[in-house]
Design a protein around this ligand. Structure first.
Ligand code: EPU
Length: 400
Protein backbone atom coordinates (compact mmCIF):
# COMPACT_ATOMS: atom_id res chain seq x y z
CA UNK A 1 0.00 0.00 0.00
CA UNK A 2 1.15 3.54 -0.77
CA UNK A 3 0.07 6.48 1.39
CA UNK A 4 0.49 10.02 0.07
CA UNK A 5 0.07 13.24 2.01
CA UNK A 6 0.72 16.88 1.19
CA UNK A 7 2.40 19.59 3.25
CA UNK A 8 3.35 16.86 5.69
CA UNK A 9 5.00 17.93 8.94
CA UNK A 10 8.45 16.28 9.09
CA UNK A 11 9.35 17.21 12.69
CA UNK A 12 9.09 13.63 13.91
CA UNK A 13 10.76 12.23 10.79
CA UNK A 14 14.12 13.89 11.34
CA UNK A 15 16.04 13.20 14.55
CA UNK A 16 17.31 16.82 14.62
CA UNK A 17 13.66 17.77 15.16
CA UNK A 18 13.68 20.54 12.55
CA UNK A 19 10.15 21.88 12.19
CA UNK A 20 9.80 21.66 8.43
CA UNK A 21 7.20 20.38 5.96
CA UNK A 22 7.39 18.35 2.75
CA UNK A 23 5.28 19.39 -0.23
CA UNK A 24 4.57 15.71 -0.90
CA UNK A 25 5.23 12.73 1.41
CA UNK A 26 4.83 9.16 0.21
CA UNK A 27 5.20 6.02 2.29
CA UNK A 28 5.03 2.49 0.89
CA UNK A 29 4.84 -0.93 2.54
CA UNK A 30 6.24 -3.44 0.07
CA UNK A 31 8.79 -4.00 -2.67
CA UNK A 32 5.93 -4.42 -5.17
CA UNK A 33 4.58 -0.92 -4.33
CA UNK A 34 7.70 0.62 -5.85
CA UNK A 35 6.67 -0.58 -9.31
CA UNK A 36 3.41 1.36 -8.97
CA UNK A 37 5.08 4.67 -8.20
CA UNK A 38 5.35 6.93 -11.26
CA UNK A 39 8.79 8.35 -10.51
CA UNK A 40 8.70 10.66 -13.53
CA UNK A 41 5.53 12.30 -12.21
CA UNK A 42 6.76 13.02 -8.68
CA UNK A 43 7.30 16.62 -7.56
CA UNK A 44 11.06 17.25 -7.70
CA UNK A 45 13.49 16.99 -6.05
CA UNK A 46 12.87 13.50 -4.69
CA UNK A 47 14.42 12.52 -1.38
CA UNK A 48 14.24 9.03 0.07
CA UNK A 49 14.62 9.10 3.84
CA UNK A 50 15.22 6.37 6.39
CA UNK A 51 14.98 7.32 10.05
CA UNK A 52 15.96 10.91 9.15
CA UNK A 53 18.91 10.49 11.51
CA UNK A 54 21.62 11.86 9.27
CA UNK A 55 19.82 14.81 7.74
CA UNK A 56 19.62 18.50 8.40
CA UNK A 57 16.56 20.01 6.75
CA UNK A 58 17.56 23.59 6.05
CA UNK A 59 14.05 24.62 4.95
CA UNK A 60 10.65 23.21 3.94
CA UNK A 61 11.18 20.50 1.31
CA UNK A 62 9.82 21.60 -2.07
CA UNK A 63 9.62 18.14 -3.66
CA UNK A 64 8.68 14.59 -2.64
CA UNK A 65 9.92 12.72 0.40
CA UNK A 66 9.69 8.94 0.15
CA UNK A 67 9.81 6.50 3.04
CA UNK A 68 9.95 2.70 3.05
CA UNK A 69 7.98 0.62 5.47
CA UNK A 70 9.40 -2.66 4.13
CA UNK A 71 9.64 -4.45 7.39
CA UNK A 72 10.86 -8.04 7.59
CA UNK A 73 13.77 -10.02 9.01
CA UNK A 74 14.23 -13.45 7.48
CA UNK A 75 16.96 -16.08 7.82
CA UNK A 76 17.81 -17.28 4.30
CA UNK A 77 20.52 -19.76 5.09
CA UNK A 78 21.78 -21.03 8.41
CA UNK A 79 25.28 -22.47 8.41
CA UNK A 80 24.89 -24.40 5.16
CA UNK A 81 27.60 -23.11 2.93
CA UNK A 82 26.83 -23.75 -0.71
CA UNK A 83 30.26 -23.53 -2.31
CA UNK A 84 28.82 -22.26 -5.60
CA UNK A 85 27.84 -19.06 -3.78
CA UNK A 86 30.25 -16.14 -3.60
CA UNK A 87 29.55 -15.39 0.04
CA UNK A 88 31.24 -18.68 0.96
CA UNK A 89 34.49 -17.48 -0.57
CA UNK A 90 34.33 -14.26 1.43
CA UNK A 91 33.52 -15.86 4.72
CA UNK A 92 36.28 -18.42 4.98
CA UNK A 93 36.79 -17.44 8.60
CA UNK A 94 33.15 -18.01 9.43
CA UNK A 95 32.41 -21.69 9.62
CA UNK A 96 28.70 -21.15 10.25
CA UNK A 97 27.57 -18.10 8.29
CA UNK A 98 23.97 -17.13 8.66
CA UNK A 99 22.48 -15.14 5.80
CA UNK A 100 19.77 -12.80 6.97
CA UNK A 101 17.59 -10.69 4.71
CA UNK A 102 16.29 -7.46 6.27
CA UNK A 103 13.80 -4.95 4.85
CA UNK A 104 15.02 -1.38 4.26
CA UNK A 105 12.38 0.03 6.60
CA UNK A 106 13.46 -2.01 9.64
CA UNK A 107 14.93 0.18 12.39
CA UNK A 108 18.60 -0.79 12.40
CA UNK A 109 18.71 -1.20 16.17
CA UNK A 110 15.68 -3.52 16.05
CA UNK A 111 17.75 -5.70 13.72
CA UNK A 112 20.69 -5.54 16.20
CA UNK A 113 18.34 -6.50 19.06
CA UNK A 114 16.94 -9.40 17.00
CA UNK A 115 20.45 -10.66 16.14
CA UNK A 116 21.54 -10.46 19.80
CA UNK A 117 18.46 -12.42 20.86
CA UNK A 118 19.18 -15.07 18.22
CA UNK A 119 22.80 -15.27 19.44
CA UNK A 120 24.07 -14.13 16.04
CA UNK A 121 27.38 -12.21 15.80
CA UNK A 122 28.18 -9.32 13.48
CA UNK A 123 26.10 -6.26 14.30
CA UNK A 124 26.35 -6.06 18.10
CA UNK A 125 28.90 -3.18 17.94
CA UNK A 126 26.47 -1.21 15.77
CA UNK A 127 23.78 -1.29 18.46
CA UNK A 128 21.81 1.85 19.23
CA UNK A 129 22.85 3.75 16.10
CA UNK A 130 19.73 5.62 15.02
CA UNK A 131 18.36 5.03 11.54
CA UNK A 132 16.99 2.29 9.33
CA UNK A 133 18.51 -0.65 7.46
CA UNK A 134 18.20 0.87 3.96
CA UNK A 135 20.05 4.03 5.00
CA UNK A 136 22.69 2.00 6.85
CA UNK A 137 23.74 0.42 3.56
CA UNK A 138 23.89 3.80 1.80
CA UNK A 139 25.80 5.54 4.58
CA UNK A 140 28.03 2.62 5.66
CA UNK A 141 27.31 3.35 9.31
CA UNK A 142 30.05 2.44 11.72
CA UNK A 143 30.94 2.39 15.38
CA UNK A 144 33.40 0.74 17.78
CA UNK A 145 35.61 -0.82 15.13
CA UNK A 146 32.84 -2.21 12.90
CA UNK A 147 31.33 -0.79 9.74
CA UNK A 148 28.13 -2.21 8.31
CA UNK A 149 30.01 -3.12 5.10
CA UNK A 150 31.85 -5.77 7.16
CA UNK A 151 28.62 -7.76 7.44
CA UNK A 152 26.82 -6.83 4.22
CA UNK A 153 26.57 -9.60 1.64
CA UNK A 154 24.30 -7.99 -0.96
CA UNK A 155 22.22 -4.83 -1.30
CA UNK A 156 18.94 -5.18 -3.21
CA UNK A 157 17.55 -2.08 -4.90
CA UNK A 158 14.92 -0.73 -7.23
CA UNK A 159 16.44 1.20 -10.12
CA UNK A 160 14.07 4.15 -10.63
CA UNK A 161 15.66 4.99 -14.01
CA UNK A 162 15.46 1.57 -15.69
CA UNK A 163 12.42 0.57 -13.58
CA UNK A 164 13.88 -2.78 -12.61
CA UNK A 165 15.15 -4.61 -9.54
CA UNK A 166 18.91 -4.95 -9.25
CA UNK A 167 21.35 -6.12 -6.63
CA UNK A 168 24.89 -5.20 -5.71
CA UNK A 169 27.52 -7.46 -4.17
CA UNK A 170 29.28 -5.75 -1.30
CA UNK A 171 32.39 -5.22 -3.47
CA UNK A 172 30.28 -3.36 -6.04
CA UNK A 173 29.00 -0.92 -3.41
CA UNK A 174 32.48 0.76 -3.23
CA UNK A 175 32.22 1.27 0.48
CA UNK A 176 34.43 3.85 2.17
CA UNK A 177 34.26 5.84 5.37
CA UNK A 178 30.54 6.80 5.59
CA UNK A 179 30.47 6.47 1.82
CA UNK A 180 29.16 4.19 -0.93
CA UNK A 181 28.31 4.08 -4.61
CA UNK A 182 24.75 5.08 -3.65
CA UNK A 183 26.03 8.48 -2.48
CA UNK A 184 28.05 9.42 -5.55
CA UNK A 185 26.61 12.04 -7.86
CA UNK A 186 25.92 9.63 -10.73
CA UNK A 187 23.84 7.20 -8.67
CA UNK A 188 22.44 9.41 -5.91
CA UNK A 189 18.68 9.07 -5.79
CA UNK A 190 18.59 6.54 -8.63
CA UNK A 191 18.61 3.36 -6.57
CA UNK A 192 16.19 2.73 -3.72
CA UNK A 193 17.34 0.06 -1.30
CA UNK A 194 14.56 -2.48 -0.77
CA UNK A 195 16.39 -4.96 1.45
CA UNK A 196 19.88 -5.94 2.53
CA UNK A 197 21.31 -9.44 2.99
CA UNK A 198 23.78 -9.64 5.86
CA UNK A 199 26.29 -12.37 6.70
CA UNK A 200 26.08 -12.96 10.44
CA UNK A 201 27.76 -15.77 12.34
CA UNK A 202 26.95 -18.34 14.98
CA UNK A 203 30.66 -18.52 15.83
CA UNK A 204 31.88 -15.92 18.29
CA UNK A 205 33.69 -13.08 16.52
CA UNK A 206 33.85 -10.23 19.03
CA UNK A 207 35.50 -6.96 17.95
CA UNK A 208 36.70 -5.37 21.17
CA UNK A 209 39.73 -3.33 20.06
CA UNK A 210 38.04 0.04 20.29
CA UNK A 211 38.79 2.44 23.17
CA UNK A 212 37.03 1.63 26.43
CA UNK A 213 35.06 -1.27 25.02
CA UNK A 214 37.43 -4.00 26.13
CA UNK A 215 37.78 -2.58 29.66
CA UNK A 216 34.02 -2.29 30.02
CA UNK A 217 33.46 -5.82 28.73
CA UNK A 218 36.09 -7.20 31.11
CA UNK A 219 34.39 -5.43 34.01
CA UNK A 220 31.04 -6.95 32.99
CA UNK A 221 32.56 -10.44 32.70
CA UNK A 222 34.11 -10.09 36.18
CA UNK A 223 30.79 -8.95 37.63
CA UNK A 224 29.07 -11.87 35.97
CA UNK A 225 31.50 -14.47 37.32
CA UNK A 226 31.44 -13.05 40.85
CA UNK A 227 27.61 -13.12 40.77
CA UNK A 228 27.63 -16.71 39.62
CA UNK A 229 30.67 -17.65 41.77
CA UNK A 230 32.12 -19.45 38.77
CA UNK A 231 35.69 -19.59 37.64
CA UNK A 232 36.06 -16.79 35.15
CA UNK A 233 35.79 -17.77 31.52
CA UNK A 234 35.07 -14.87 29.18
CA UNK A 235 34.53 -17.24 26.28
CA UNK A 236 31.34 -18.63 27.80
CA UNK A 237 30.11 -15.27 29.04
CA UNK A 238 30.80 -13.21 25.91
CA UNK A 239 27.67 -13.06 23.83
CA UNK A 240 26.37 -10.61 21.23
CA UNK A 241 23.76 -9.64 23.84
CA UNK A 242 26.43 -8.73 26.41
CA UNK A 243 28.42 -6.65 23.93
CA UNK A 244 25.21 -4.96 22.80
CA UNK A 245 24.41 -4.10 26.43
CA UNK A 246 27.84 -2.55 26.97
CA UNK A 247 27.75 -0.61 23.68
CA UNK A 248 24.34 0.82 24.56
CA UNK A 249 25.66 1.84 27.99
CA UNK A 250 28.70 3.59 26.43
CA UNK A 251 26.59 5.36 23.79
CA UNK A 252 24.02 6.50 26.37
CA UNK A 253 26.80 7.93 28.54
CA UNK A 254 28.25 10.16 25.85
CA UNK A 255 25.69 10.71 23.11
CA UNK A 256 22.40 12.57 23.44
CA UNK A 257 19.32 10.36 23.75
CA UNK A 258 17.62 10.89 20.37
CA UNK A 259 14.13 10.87 21.92
CA UNK A 260 15.11 13.62 24.40
CA UNK A 261 17.58 15.92 22.60
CA UNK A 262 17.47 16.28 18.83
CA UNK A 263 20.67 15.66 16.88
CA UNK A 264 21.95 13.78 13.85
CA UNK A 265 24.74 11.97 15.69
CA UNK A 266 28.24 12.92 14.56
CA UNK A 267 27.87 16.19 12.69
CA UNK A 268 31.34 16.10 11.12
CA UNK A 269 33.49 13.38 9.60
CA UNK A 270 36.83 12.70 11.23
CA UNK A 271 39.41 14.39 8.98
CA UNK A 272 42.32 12.52 7.41
CA UNK A 273 45.55 14.50 7.11
CA UNK A 274 49.13 13.90 6.04
CA UNK A 275 51.74 12.62 8.47
CA UNK A 276 53.64 15.92 8.13
CA UNK A 277 50.54 17.94 8.94
CA UNK A 278 49.89 15.74 11.97
CA UNK A 279 53.49 16.24 13.18
CA UNK A 280 52.91 20.02 13.11
CA UNK A 281 49.66 19.67 15.07
CA UNK A 282 51.33 17.37 17.59
CA UNK A 283 54.29 19.65 18.23
CA UNK A 284 51.96 22.66 18.68
CA UNK A 285 49.84 20.61 21.13
CA UNK A 286 52.96 19.59 23.09
CA UNK A 287 54.05 23.24 23.22
CA UNK A 288 50.59 24.16 24.56
CA UNK A 289 49.94 21.28 26.98
CA UNK A 290 53.39 19.95 27.86
CA UNK A 291 55.85 17.42 26.36
CA UNK A 292 53.93 14.34 27.58
CA UNK A 293 50.69 15.39 25.92
CA UNK A 294 49.32 12.87 23.44
CA UNK A 295 47.13 13.87 20.54
CA UNK A 296 44.60 11.11 19.85
CA UNK A 297 44.98 9.81 16.31
CA UNK A 298 44.71 6.73 14.13
CA UNK A 299 47.34 5.84 11.56
CA UNK A 300 45.83 4.71 8.27
CA UNK A 301 47.77 2.37 6.06
CA UNK A 302 45.98 0.38 3.39
CA UNK A 303 42.62 1.35 4.88
CA UNK A 304 43.47 -0.17 8.26
CA UNK A 305 43.26 2.04 11.33
CA UNK A 306 45.77 1.74 14.11
CA UNK A 307 44.86 3.69 17.23
CA UNK A 308 47.65 5.76 18.80
CA UNK A 309 47.96 8.23 21.60
CA UNK A 310 45.50 6.56 23.96
CA UNK A 311 46.78 4.24 26.62
CA UNK A 312 43.85 1.87 26.53
CA UNK A 313 44.17 1.19 22.83
CA UNK A 314 46.14 -1.82 21.58
CA UNK A 315 49.42 -1.49 19.72
CA UNK A 316 49.38 -4.96 18.13
CA UNK A 317 48.84 -3.68 14.58
CA UNK A 318 51.64 -1.08 14.82
CA UNK A 319 54.20 -3.81 15.25
CA UNK A 320 52.80 -5.83 12.42
CA UNK A 321 53.10 -2.91 10.04
CA UNK A 322 56.48 -1.42 10.94
CA UNK A 323 57.86 -2.19 7.48
CA UNK A 324 55.13 -0.36 5.54
CA UNK A 325 56.33 2.60 3.44
CA UNK A 326 55.75 5.93 5.18
CA UNK A 327 54.64 7.70 2.01
CA UNK A 328 51.36 5.71 2.01
CA UNK A 329 50.54 6.75 5.54
CA UNK A 330 47.84 9.23 6.50
CA UNK A 331 46.43 10.10 9.90
CA UNK A 332 42.85 10.32 11.09
CA UNK A 333 42.46 12.81 13.92
CA UNK A 334 39.20 12.83 15.92
CA UNK A 335 37.25 15.94 14.98
CA UNK A 336 35.87 15.79 18.55
CA UNK A 337 39.36 16.51 19.90
CA UNK A 338 39.91 19.48 17.58
CA UNK A 339 36.50 20.94 18.36
CA UNK A 340 37.17 20.54 22.08
CA UNK A 341 40.60 22.20 21.71
CA UNK A 342 38.88 25.17 20.05
CA UNK A 343 36.76 25.58 23.18
CA UNK A 344 33.41 24.56 21.70
CA UNK A 345 32.43 21.84 24.17
CA UNK A 346 29.02 22.58 25.66
CA UNK A 347 28.72 26.01 24.02
CA UNK A 348 25.27 27.26 23.03
CA UNK A 349 24.19 29.50 20.22
CA UNK A 350 20.46 30.28 20.24
CA UNK A 351 18.60 26.98 20.20
CA UNK A 352 21.65 25.01 19.04
CA UNK A 353 24.54 23.70 21.14
CA UNK A 354 27.68 21.59 20.99
CA UNK A 355 27.12 18.45 23.06
CA UNK A 356 29.12 18.60 26.29
CA UNK A 357 30.10 14.91 26.39
CA UNK A 358 30.83 14.51 22.67
CA UNK A 359 31.56 17.76 20.83
CA UNK A 360 31.30 16.03 17.44
CA UNK A 361 27.55 16.23 17.94
CA UNK A 362 25.57 19.44 17.41
CA UNK A 363 22.20 19.33 19.16
CA UNK A 364 18.84 21.04 18.93
CA UNK A 365 19.23 22.06 22.55
CA UNK A 366 15.92 23.80 23.11
CA UNK A 367 13.91 21.62 20.73
CA UNK A 368 13.08 24.82 18.85
CA UNK A 369 16.37 25.50 17.08
CA UNK A 370 16.14 26.96 13.61
CA UNK A 371 18.18 25.37 10.81
CA UNK A 372 20.08 28.67 10.51
CA UNK A 373 21.23 28.38 14.13
CA UNK A 374 22.62 24.88 13.53
CA UNK A 375 24.29 26.02 10.31
CA UNK A 376 25.68 29.13 12.04
CA UNK A 377 27.32 26.95 14.69
CA UNK A 378 28.61 24.55 12.04
CA UNK A 379 30.26 27.42 10.12
CA UNK A 380 31.89 28.88 13.22
CA UNK A 381 33.27 25.49 14.28
CA UNK A 382 34.66 24.87 10.78
CA UNK A 383 36.30 28.32 10.77
CA UNK A 384 37.92 27.93 14.19
CA UNK A 385 39.26 24.41 13.48
CA UNK A 386 40.70 25.73 10.22
CA UNK A 387 42.29 28.69 12.00
CA UNK A 388 43.84 26.63 14.83
CA UNK A 389 44.81 23.44 13.02
CA UNK A 390 44.70 24.27 9.29
CA UNK A 391 42.25 21.37 8.88
CA UNK A 392 39.03 21.46 6.85
CA UNK A 393 36.14 19.77 8.63
CA UNK A 394 33.42 18.35 6.43
CA UNK A 395 29.91 17.62 7.65
CA UNK A 396 28.85 14.01 7.82
CA UNK A 397 25.24 15.16 8.10
CA UNK A 398 23.53 15.68 4.76
CA UNK A 399 22.05 19.17 4.31
CA UNK A 400 18.77 19.20 2.36
N1 EPU B 1 37.46 13.07 22.00
C1 EPU B 1 37.87 14.23 22.60
N2 EPU B 1 36.97 14.95 23.31
C2 EPU B 1 35.70 14.52 23.46
C3 EPU B 1 35.27 13.33 22.86
C4 EPU B 1 36.17 12.61 22.13
O1 EPU B 1 39.02 14.62 22.52
O2 EPU B 1 34.94 15.24 24.14
C5 EPU B 1 38.45 12.29 21.26
C6 EPU B 1 39.01 11.21 22.16
O3 EPU B 1 40.37 11.06 21.91
C7 EPU B 1 38.27 9.97 21.69
C8 EPU B 1 38.19 10.27 20.21
O4 EPU B 1 37.89 11.67 20.15
O5 EPU B 1 38.93 8.80 21.98
C9 EPU B 1 37.16 9.50 19.47
O6 EPU B 1 35.90 9.68 20.09
P1 EPU B 1 34.77 8.58 19.90
O7 EPU B 1 35.22 7.29 20.37
O8 EPU B 1 33.51 9.13 20.51
O9 EPU B 1 34.62 8.46 18.34
P2 EPU B 1 34.47 9.55 17.20
O10 EPU B 1 35.57 9.34 16.25
O11 EPU B 1 34.33 10.91 17.77
C10 EPU B 1 33.11 7.93 15.70
C11 EPU B 1 31.82 7.93 14.91
C12 EPU B 1 30.64 7.75 15.86
C13 EPU B 1 30.80 6.42 16.61
C14 EPU B 1 32.12 6.50 17.39
C15 EPU B 1 32.44 5.22 18.11
C16 EPU B 1 32.34 9.40 13.03
C17 EPU B 1 32.07 10.69 12.35
N3 EPU B 1 31.71 9.19 14.20
O12 EPU B 1 33.09 9.08 16.53
O13 EPU B 1 29.49 7.63 15.06
O14 EPU B 1 29.73 6.22 17.51
O15 EPU B 1 33.21 6.73 16.45
O16 EPU B 1 32.84 4.25 17.22
O17 EPU B 1 33.09 8.58 12.51
C18 EPU B 1 27.65 8.76 14.16
O18 EPU B 1 28.11 8.49 13.06
O19 EPU B 1 26.58 9.43 14.29
C19 EPU B 1 28.37 8.36 15.34
C20 EPU B 1 27.99 8.71 16.56
Amino acid sequence: MIRTSYYQDLTKMNTFGMKVKARCFMEYDSVADLVDIEFEELARPVLHIGGGSNLLFTDDFKGTVLHSNIDFIEILEDGNCDTSERHCERSVAISTPVLVSVGAGVVFDDFCAWAAKEGLWGVENLSYIPGEVGASAVQNIGAYGVEVKDVIHKVYCYDTLEEEFVNFDVEECCYGYRDSIFKNSEFKGRYIVTHVVFTLSRDPRPVLDYGHLKTEIERCCEEHSSRHSEERSDVGILTPALIRKVIIKIRKEKLPEPSVVGSAGSFFKNPVISLEHFARIESAAKAEHGPDYKVPHYIIENQTLTPHGEDQLPSRHCEERSDVAISTTTVKVPAAWMIEQCGWKGRRSGGAAVWEKQPLVIVNYTGNAYPEEIIGLEKRIIASVKAKFGVDLHPEVEHV
